[in-house]
Design a protein. Structure first.
Length: 107
């Protein structure tokens, strides 16, 4: 099963060097266990834009989809045998990056 672990962050919460070390360690653990598919950080929401080209509308908002006090700042895509393992890894991810995370399965 594949899962998305999204990192939930606040704009005024830059990562620390210590957090990056823990994230790298978590990434290494995922790779060693064959659970790693992809991980990456995202630019801040001020860099986002919603694109809508349904019916050739050719619209770009220049704004993120959602404006709020929190945003998604990164993600992991993992592959594991089941939801219980995914939840354990999500707890480890939250601890490693020192932020809340959201766990969501792929179809």
């Amino acid at each position: 099963m594949k899962f998305l672990i999204s990192v939930i962050d606040a704009p005024a919460n830059p990562g620390t060097p210590e957090e990056m070390v823990e994230i790298d360690n978590f990434n290494d653990q995922l790779r060693a266990n064959g659970q790693w598919i992809f991980a990456w950080g995202l630019q801040g929401p001020e860099s986002a834009t919603v694109i809508d080209n349904r019916s050739d509308a050719n619209l770009s908002t220049g704004q993120p989809f959602y404006v709020g006090s929190e945003h998604v700042s990164g993600m992991w895509i993992i592959e594991v045998e089941g939801e219980e393992i995914a939840q354990k890894l999500a707890f480890q991810a939250s601890k490693a990056c020192n932020r809340k995370v959201e766990l969501r399965p792929f179809h």
